[in-house]
Design a protein around this ligand. Structure first.
Ligand SMILES: Cc1cc2nc3c(=O)[nH]c(=O)nc-3n(C[C@H](O)[C@H](O)[C@H](O)COP(=O)(O)OP(=O)(O)OC[C@H]3O[C@@H](n4cnc5c(N)ncnc54)[C@H](O)[C@@H]3O)c2cc1C
Length: 387
């Protein structure tokens, strides 16, 4: 289908990706009709705040920055809230929603990722909270009122951030994970140890190399059984075992999908006039569920949609992990990078540099006082998607 300029640009999703793109678009073009469709209430918020909101004492309402009406006014857009897209019909240039069909000239998929659910025995799965949006956070906070003991399944980025936030919020926190160390996918061993001991000193209790096998409801909360038979009783359970890009509807519509919805450097999917960015997208083979990449994608795509076809460039993409018990910034080397880690450590201050055989810096992790070196090290690391 060729693109029809009188039809609106339709963005599905009002998370950071959808709203960033809409804002960047409006900087360049105030005229083209713009429609945003979202399954939620369309409030704008910064999702990273969900994993440090407890220590800051923030409710979900306090984390919300603007409601859908205010956003619609600021963006000169129509925002369809509480509206779920059920199918994409690329041949017809239309999406089917539970509020009826919506025609598009250009369609942008910014509908994020689903939390992964782990298969567990028992009747308590529904009692495990997964905090991936403002509504989840609100429900979780409500449930946490009066609670004391929290069990977290998962010791990756989100699990560690929640552990730190909840311990700072006055809870007793136990973390269970099958990995032998925390943040195993991102860090070399010594950096994992620095973060783990920082969190342990703050009071977090770890059960590493242990998997949860069952979760049961109790009158007061949950009982989690581990694979060695250990039983942990808690008032509240949180599952933080990762996210999976939402590809189902895209796949059903015939769009090429791998780990995410596959797009090229112009954020174009395999169907004409359909684009994707943010947590749902796999950009030239990279699935990077972080804020920096989606901001870069939003800026590039806004130009493509309004002016000239513009590729997205990803520089190095360091991530600051919100574990104040052991401050951490990490820029992981590419999965297929050849080289080795060089570590310098002084107590909790650690500098881990991943260098190629030629001595080029391909990635790093810094903790404690060394976090201040994040910017200068980032400049040395090669761009992920160069210009
Ligand atoms: C707890 C937590 C802490 C984080 N901390 C950091 C951090 O410190 N630094 C960092 O860089 N990144 C962090 N991230 C990652 C970062 O927040 C995400 O990469 C980013 O917010 C993703 O935005 P998104 O717009 O792509 O997806 P989402 O925010 O998930 O938005 C998806 C939107 O699509 C809508 N939607 C979904 N399906 C449909 C449908 N079928 N029909 C209609 N609408 C639909 C949803 O309602 C929602 O509006 C964190 C993530 C989490 C969960």
């Amino acid at each position: 289908m060729s693109q029809n300029q009188t039809l609106p640009i339709v963005i599905i999703g009002t998370g950071l990706s959808g709203y960033t793109l809409a804002r960047e678009l409006r900087k360049l073009d105030g005229e083209t009709p713009l429609v945003l469709i979202t399954a939620d209430d369309g409030r704008s918020y910064s999702k990273p705040m969900l994993s440090n909101g407890f220590a800051k004492g923030k409710t979900a309402d306090e984390l919300a920055q603007a409601d859908a009406d205010a956003q619609a006014g600021a963006l000169s857009a129509r925002i369809m809230t509480h509206t779920r897209v059920e199918a994409i019909e690329p041949e017809a240039g239309r999406v089917a929603t539970d509020a009826g069909p919506v025609d598009y000239g250009r369609l942008i998929l910014a509908w994020g990722a689903d939390p992964i659910r782990i298969p567990l025995q028992g009747d308590g799965l529904e009692a495990l909270y997964q905090v991936n949006d403002l509504k989840d956070y609100g429900r979780f906070r409500e449930a946490a009122t009066g609670a004391r003991r929290v069990i977290i399944l998962g010791a990756g980025l989100i699990g560690c951030e929640f552990a730190n936030d909840l311990i700072n919020g006055g809870f007793e926190v136990e973390v269970v994970a099958p990995d032998s160390r925390v943040l195993a996918a991102l860090l070399p061993e010594s950096a994992s140890q620095a973060v783990c001991s920082g969190l342990a000193q703050a009071g977090v209790r770890f059960h590493l190399e242990r998997s949860a096998t069952a979760v049961h409801r109790t009158p007061d909360g949950v009982l989690v059984t581990l694979d060695d038979g250990t039983e942990i009783v808690a008032d509240l359970g949180v599952a933080a075992v990762g996210l999976k890009p939402r590809t189902q509807l895209a796949h059903a519509a015939g769009l090429e999908c791998g780990r995410g919805i596959q797009v090229n450097q112009y954020l174009e999917t395999s169907m004409p006039n359909v684009y994707a960015l943010g947590d749902c997208a796999e950009v030239c083979g990279h699935v990077l569920p972080y804020v920096m990449p989606l901001m870069a994608a939003g800026r590039a795509l806004a130009k493509t949609l309004t002016r000239e076809r513009t590729p997205v460039h990803y520089g190095s993409m360091p991530v600051t992990v919100k574990t104040p018990a052991c401050p951490l910034a990490v820029c992981p080397p590419p999965a297929d990078a050849e080289g080795q880690w060089w570590i310098e450590a002084d107590g909790r201050n650690l500098r881990a540099l991943f260098r190629s055989q030629e001595g080029n810096l391909l990635g790093f992790a810094v903790t404690g006082d060394c976090v201040g070196e994040k910017q200068s090290l980032s400049k040395e690391v090669p761009a992920i998607l160069p210009a």
